[in-house]
Design a protein. Structure first.
Length: 342
């Protein structure tokens, strides 16, 4: 067997391996991809040549030969939302440990294009992870019927044939309501998230259940960005609420900025609570009371679910991960007008 490694500065190719082993490049490909039976003596010569030359097969090409892309697709509603980087980082780590790459797309909060983007990912990825999908349940049913590995993150759809993992948004909002009730608040306003968001519906479900705490809640349409929070917060003083809870921390930060302009002191005149703990509260110069989701664990578990689905072809029951309350400086007991004047 010839030693082609000496004096070579360029990358070793499959043709080099074939020449060293005395076989064709197609035979080398069949040996390395395992796509066909090859005489054991020829296979041994190929593997010897691979070791001698230090040849590194192209993982993507090998995957294509087996009908695989070596890639998982991830669809998120908004890459500008600080909630998702930790999720994506964990997904990428799991994918990398299995020799896969990650392709990320975003919908820019537009549910009407979600279905088409998922179709695109299915055509070029071995499996797809949907983060907080906004599409209708009927569209998700159609996609799962494609028999292409699909996992949902931060959305649970009962009866859907796809594994799912989510933060316990209902439980997170209940923690907030319990905290506000213990402080003595009775009238609360909520700046609602995207109308089609399942996570938002879970928050609202918790607010309705919080009537058991003696809370009266006014729900105000808003959105998911700080600009949305800034604009919608103008309606809060008219509700008579002594506390404000929001769809996420971005909305809360926008609301705090608007309250400052309106001369409403936080938390002396209005307690404000965020959601997600995105660690950007320094922007509003206040330490925001909020709840946190284990974003890294969510991404890790979702990616592992997808890997299991791709390799073993089975799933399990939906998984909810608990949220944690972080009490900081933006909440306080409600005070009477006379106390504030004093």
């Amino acid at each position: 067997m010839r030693n082609l490694r000496q004096g070579r500065s360029t990358r070793v190719t499959i043709s080099d391996v074939g020449a060293a082993a005395g076989v064709s490049a197609s035979t080398v490909s069949r040996v390395l991809n395992g796509t066909a039976k090859v005489d054991p003596s020829l296979a041994a010569r190929v593997h010897d040549a691979v070791r001698q030359l230090g040849y590194r097969p192209n993982a993507a090409a090998q995957g294509l030969a087996r009908g695989e892309w070596g890639t998982i697709g991830v669809l998120v509603p908004n890459l500008a939302n600080p909630y998702f980087p930790d999720v994506l980082k964990a997904v990428s780590a799991v994918a990398r440990s299995h020799g896969r790459r990650v392709m990320v797309m975003e919908t820019d909060e537009d549910p009407s294009i979600e279905h088409d983007l998922v179709e695109d990912l299915m055509r070029s990825c071995d499996g797809v992870l949907l983060c907080s999908p906004r599409m209708e349940r009927s569209d998700l049913v159609v996609l799962t019927a494609r028999d292409h590995p699909l996992v949902l993150l931060d959305r649970i759809v009962p009866g859907l044939a796809a594994p799912a993992v989510s933060a316990d948004f209902f439980g997170g909002m209940m923690l907030i309501c319990g905290h506000l009730a213990q402080l003595g608040h009775r009238r609360v306003a909520y700046l609602s998230g995207p109308e089609v968001s399942w996570a938002n519906s879970e928050r609202i479900r918790a607010l309705e259940a919080a009537k058991a705490f003696g809370l009266s809640v006014t729900i105000l349409p808003c959105g998911s960005t700080s600009r949305c929070g800034y604009e919608a917060a103008a309606e809060v003083p008219g509700t008579g609420a002594t506390a404000l809870t929001t769809y996420n921390d971005l909305v809360a930060l926008g609301a705090v900025a608007r309250m400052r302009e309106l001369g409403v002191r936080v938390p002396e005149e209005l307690s404000v609570v965020g959601f997600d703990d995105i660690e950007l509260d320094h922007v509003a110069h206040t330490s925001l009371t909020t709840v946190s989701a284990p974003r890294g664990q969510l991404g890790k578990q979702a990616a592992e679910m997808l890997e299991t689905l791709m390799t073993e072809g089975h799933d399990g029951e939906p998984v909810y991960l608990p949220m944690e309350l972080h009490v900081r400086d933006s909440t306080a007991p409600p005070r009477m007008a006379g106390e504030l004047a004093g």
